[in-house]
Design a protein around this ligand. Structure first.
Ligand code: PFF
Ligand code: NA
Length: 448
């Protein structure tokens, strides 16, 4: 047996886990699914989901990884028996599907980062004026439509995937750990600044009531749509349901307090998504647009609008889109790492071959998305509300019912005696969480 790698530094694990969690799920996906879900109603269901299901679920992934010290497929087989390798297979497929389009969207961020150099957020978004007039749409929208598909999208998808493959192939974690250390504070400072600025916009008040003031009638009426959407977003944004956190915890020593680590990851992730909403909705309302419309481009239209409107917007834009590109990279690495670790561990393939082979296939799967955004909707809808929820549900069944004996003990390592809290955790997993996930999954499948 080869000596398994462990984290280089004490903070390596938490940095990598935060790096995986914080990404396009917060900046790109959160505002548009919140818009589709009607604003505050979605936000409330999502926050409840993160706290009541996301937190217990991240602990489940941690204990499975740290206990077995294996990739997700091997871990499931060790705990559940041979048949569980098929469930592990679903995790790998999920990684394939998510990374394929994630890379395309990340490419858009790189492209918008480069726009900062030609200063296209400011002035009249040079070049889109005529097209905008003709289509009766704002220049910001024309710019997004132009850049999000076609040659630009293809080129930047290629670049982003090449970077992801390169880092995973070389097994460089140290650089990424460092990047995360810088990136998270930069993102938060930028977002807080932009949120304050957005608060001064004409329709900020209206936007806040849309985003922050839920009508319970709306939740009751729309729960069949809100539930699977919130479940999908919660798992996506926390990198749960396909074994990323299993994999990262598998390289971990026994002295870490997993409860605290889970809380930190969830806290940062949720705060960042929440701040993005405080920026995007005031801009959308002030522009007179419909927050439920033009969804996948929402963050791009509204931020080009913002960077065109604030002093120094060009440099803020560069910094913002650049930082988000790095955040996307640290998430993409975690996705490819799961797939690669599986091939290395279970098939005995060399790291660089595994990363290149798997990454290459994922890259090809993403190419159609650069051609037509219809593929983005198809892949994203399938991956989030179905594959991730299914994966999370299976992990809950495994740890709640099939192999429950190790879990509390494993969690207590590094924390100390949890008493009734540990028992409460397992029972939460066993019944209420499993019921909610079964319902979410059924609704998600019907919706799809
Ligand atoms: N959590 C990442 C984000 O919010 O952008 C995306 C992601 C990474 C999802 C890893 C799933 C995953 F396994
Ligand atoms: Na996230």
């Amino acid at each position: 047996m080869v000596q398994r790698e462990t984290w280089a530094t004490r903070s390596g694990f938490i940095l990598a886990a935060v790096g995986s969690a914080v990404g396009l799920g917060n900046v790109w996906r959160f505002p548009f699914v919140t818009g589709e879900g009607g604003g505050a109603a979605f936000l409330l269901v999502y926050l409840l989901f993160v706290a009541l299901i996301g937190f217990p679920a991240i602990l489940v992934e941690f204990v499975v990884g740290r206990k077995t010290e294996r990739n997700p497929v091997g871990a499931l087989m060790e705990l559940g028996g041979n048949a569980w390798k098929y469930i592990g297979g679903v995790f790998i497929v999920t990684g394939f599907v998510i990374l394929s389009y994630y890379s395309v969207v990340a490419g858009w961020f790189i492209r918008y980062f480069l726009e900062g150099f030609t200063n296209s957020y400011t002035g009249h978004l040079a070049g889109y004026e005529a097209a905008a007039e003709e289509a009766g749409q704002p220049e910001t929208v024309m710019m997004f439509l132009d850049l999000s598909t076609g040659l630009d999208a293809f080129v930047f998808h290629t670049i982003f995937m090449a970077l992801t493959i390169g880092i995973v192939a070389l097994g460089i974690r140290r650089g990424i750990e460092l990047a995360v250390k810088v990136m998270v504070p930069v993102i938060i400072v930028l977002l807080v600044g932009l949120a304050i600025w957005a608060g001064t916009l004409a329709e900020a008040g209206q936007a806040y009531s849309y985003y922050l003031n839920p009508e319970f009638g709306v939740i009751v009426e729309n729960w069949t749509e809100l539930l699977p959407a919130a479940a999908g977003q919660a798992f996506f944004t926390l990198s749960l349901g396909m074994g990323v956190m299993v994999t990262y915890a598998s390289y971990l020593g026994e002295d870490r307090n997993l409860g605290k680590d889970g809380g930190i990851i969830i806290g940062f992730d949720t705060a960042i998504a929440f701040l993005v909403g405080l920026i995007v909705f005031p801009i959308i309302f002030t522009a007179g647009a419909d927050p439920g419309q033009d969804t996948v481009g929402a963050i791009f239209f509204s931020l080009t609008e913002a960077f065109a409107g604030v002093p120094g917007g060009r440099w803020l834009g560069l910094l913002f889109f650049g930082t988000v590109s790095i955040a996307a990279l640290s998430s993409a690495i975690s996705l490819l790492e799961v797939v690669t670790a599986y091939v290395i561990d279970e098939k005995g393939v060399e790291r660089w071959k595994a990363a290149l082979g798997m990454g290459g296939v994922i890259y090809l799967l993403g190419v159609p998305v650069t051609y037509d955004l219809i593929f983005l909707d198809l892949l994203d809808g399938f991956a989030d509300a179905i594959l991730l929820v299914f994966g999370a549900l299976m992990l809950m069944i495994l740890v709640g019912w099939i192999a429950p004996n190790f879990a509390i003990e494993e969690l207590e390592k590094g924390i100390g005696d949890l008493g009734q809290l540990g028992v409460a955790w397992i029972w939460l997993v066993r019944i209420p969480i499993i019921i909610v996930l079964v319902v979410s999954l059924a609704l998600g499948i019907m919706e799809y």
